[in-house]
Design a protein. Structure first.
Length: 259
């Protein structure tokens, strides 16, 4: 009975710690304060290292986020080896919830460079970990990572708590990055009209103006006018850029394109 009570008390303590972190993260004034807070609760949950990062700088919509206490030598070694594409980041772009690094092969195919990357990470004390995707429609993809130096040390019982810490921590980083920015995040373009959107979906499917005209009951010239108007709204020069931007801003969805 005593063991059960201890487990319950431990669970309550973890819940309170996450609640306290969430409340504090909302009020922190600097990235350094946030970094210190994430480092503290990560260690309390049983993790050795953490990182909160943006994946790419697409259109410079928001300032880059990069908070980490990963070994500096690890970052330098990756550059020396030319291992710039992190398989953990790639996997997080295919996941909707947190995952342990030993689950990565079930999320993405691993190439030789990916295996080399993970071996190098392990040599620097990043043997296994838990990653929380933070993918906000219309913004740069992001994620929060918690790492340990031994697979046996991975605190799987604390994954739910780490999921919450990762979400609150990344949101706090977004807030701080937005406040630091000058002049601030670029506004989203105005929504497309229904006809512009209909034409864009067909463009994304690889249809020509003539075929789109037949599908939608329009003239090819009218289709072109709708597409050109959409390009002006998104301030892009090509149809390929228009499709990418519209997907990035969730104006159209991958499911529509692949239908």
């Amino acid at each position: 009975m005593q063991t059960v009570l201890s487990d319950v008390d431990r669970g309550k303590a973890i819940y309170r710690a996450v609640q306290d972190f969430a409340a504090a993260a909302h009020k922190l004034a600097t990235m350094q304060e946030l970094s210190d807070a994430v480092a503290d609760i990560s260690a309390w949950l049983g993790f050795d290292r953490f990182a909160i990062v943006n994946h790419v700088d697409f259109g410079k919509i928001v300032p880059g986020i990069r908070l980490t206490n990963y070994p500096v030598e690890f970052i330098g070694r990756l550059r020396e080896l030319g291992l710039t594409r992190d398989p953990v980041l790639r996997a997080s772009e295919r996941a909707g919830i947190g995952f342990s690094w030993d689950q990565i092969p079930s999320l993405i195919p691993l190439r030789d460079g990916d295996h080399a990357y993970m071996r190098e990470a392990a040599r620097h004390g990043l043997v296994n970990g838990f990653t929380v995707p933070n993918n906000v429609p219309g913004e740069i993809l992001g994620s929060c990572h918690f790492a340990v130096g031994s697979s046996d040390a991975l605190p799987r019982q604390h994954f739910a708590a780490a999921q919450s810490v990762g979400a609150f921590g990344f949101e706090a980083a977004r807030r701080l990055a937005g406040e630091i920015a000058a002049p601030g995040p670029a506004p989203d373009p105005a929504p497309l009209s229904q006809r512009q959107r209909d034409c864009l979906v067909q463009v994304a499917r690889g249809k020509s103006d003539g075929v789109i005209a037949e599908i939608l009951g329009l003239r090819p010239r009218t289709v072109n006018e709708y597409v050109e108007a959409a390009k002006r709204r998104y301030v892009v020069a090509t149809r390929q850029q228009l499709v990418v931007r519209a997907l990035f801003c969730s104006e159209i969805s991958f499911s529509e394109v692949l239908h």
